[in-house]
Design a protein around this ligand. Structure first.
Ligand SMILES: NC(=O)C1=CN([C@@H]2O[C@H](COP(=O)(O)OP(=O)(O)OC[C@H]3O[C@@H](n4cnc5c(N)ncnc54)[C@H](OP(=O)(O)O)[C@@H]3O)[C@@H](O)[C@H]2O)C=CC1
Ligand SMILES: CCCCCCCCCCCCCCCC(=O)[C@@H](N)CO
Length: 328
């Protein structure tokens, strides 16, 4: 009798997760998709430096036709030369500011239809809002968020009308600071959270055109942009951002492109990124029933983990304030 009930308990314990997996495999939306890159047109903003440049290298090496856009013509030329040296492939360059919609429209016309639009440009000025000027807040939001709108508005019409009817993609490079607000990042986090709202809504609008949206969430990444940021970044910003391991730019580019090719809506880049993706899943679309299963099963334990992180961060903030009072 005892053996029988033990067996039936075991069966139920096995059956329940299997039923959940089966259910999730039936309901996850949008449906899974693959985005091929070979011989397709990949257009990367901020492609002359850091993550964008690494993405351009990798896309070219995978046999895509690559275009890069940024402001400085010199940096664009330098990037073009470096990619030619490494891969033998010539990328097309476009010098424009993402805040200038007319310039983007001209670039879109010249570039022709794009299969993967990678909105990667970004700026950050890390500082407490009380100290920061509104001009800097506007600058960060204009480049990171409105720049994203401008790019999509300029390139979407030709993407929708493309003759290559294979699945296409719009990928936005956010940041882990676009999943959780961080000290010193009021403007930056707002701009990157904003991209998520844009992406969730846009995915519903372009699914019928077989266009698939991805959001990439890197942690601190070793780039010229981060070196510049570090000159002024508040200590607390660095301490809290240090909760997630720093990454090399090539690793981020690899994770990002793999996530985009597999059609993932949320693309984490490291282990902490997976935890963040699960704990902030909310009402985001999810194509993978396996990830959906992990989200459903681990929701409460990860929420508890998140509360411990906040506890730790607020302890650092309190300690920092206590120390700076002592020094007065
Ligand atoms: N490095 C990091 O720690 C992390 C970065 N990210 C995000 O990844 C993206 C890339 O960052 P990273 O590689 O560090 O940045 P970099 O500063 O190294 O490069 C930024 C690129 O964007 C271009 N750019 C900047 N402003 C504009 C503009 N107004 N119009 C057009 N192009 C512009 C730059 O060229 P130019 O100046 O010539 O215009 C350059 O090509 C950003 O969105 C950033 O927020 C996310 C998480 C972590
Ligand atoms: C469930 C528990 C989750 C645990 C993980 C929490 C880790 C959060 C760390 C956030 C790091 C943000 C770095 C942003 C860097 C950036 O965007 C700038 N450097 C841009 O230049």
């Amino acid at each position: 009798m005892a053996a029988l009930s033990f067996l039936s308990l075991l069966l139920i314990l096995l059956l329940l997760p299997l039923c959940l997996l089966l259910l999730l495999s039936l309901i996850v939306r949008p449906r899974p998709v693959k985005i091929p890159l070979k011989n397709r047109h990949v257009f990367i903003t901020g492609g002359s430096s850091g993550i964008g440049l690494a993405l351009a290298h990798r896309a070219a090496a995978e046999g895509a036709r690559v275009s890069i856009l940024a402001r400085s013509p010199d940096k664009l030329e330098e990037a073009k030369r470096a990619i030619r040296l490494a891969t033998g492939i010539d990328v097309a360059t476009f010098s424009a500011d993402v805040r200038d919609f007319d310039a983007l429209r001209r670039a879109a016309e010249e570039a022709g239809p794009v299969d993967l639009l990678l909105v990667n440009q970004g700026v950050v000025v890390a500082e407490e809002l009380a100290k920061q000027g509104l001009d800097e807040v506007r600058f960060v939001i204009d480049v990171n968020l409105i720049g994203g709108f401008n790019m999509i508005k300029a390139f979407l019409p030709a993407m929708k009308a493309r003759t290559d009817r294979r699945p296409a993609s719009i990928a936005l490079v956010s940041s882990q600071a676009g999943q959780v607000g961080i000290y010193g990042y009021t403007a930056y986090s707002a701009s990157k959270f904003g991209l998520r709202g844009l992406a969730e809504a846009l995915q519903q609008e372009v699914i019928a055109d077989d266009i698939h949206v991805s959001l990439v969430f890197p942690p601190d990444t070793d780039t010229p942009g981060l070196a510049e940021e570090n000159k002024r970044r508040p200590l607390l910003t660095s301490v809290i951002a240090g909760s997630s391991g720093a990454m090399k730019v090539d690793e981020v580019a690899e994770k990002a492109l793999n996530g985009i090719k597999s059609g993932s809506f949320i693309v984490p880049c490291n282990f902490e990124g997976y935890l963040l993706a699960i704990v902030t899943a909310g009402l985001s679309p999810q194509r993978s029933y396996v990830m959906a299963f992990v989200e459903v099963v681990s929701a409460s334990i990860l929420r508890l983990t998140a509360l411990f992180f906040q506890w730790n961060w607020y302890s650092s903030i309190e300690k920092w304030h206590a120390q700076s009072k002592q020094q007065l």
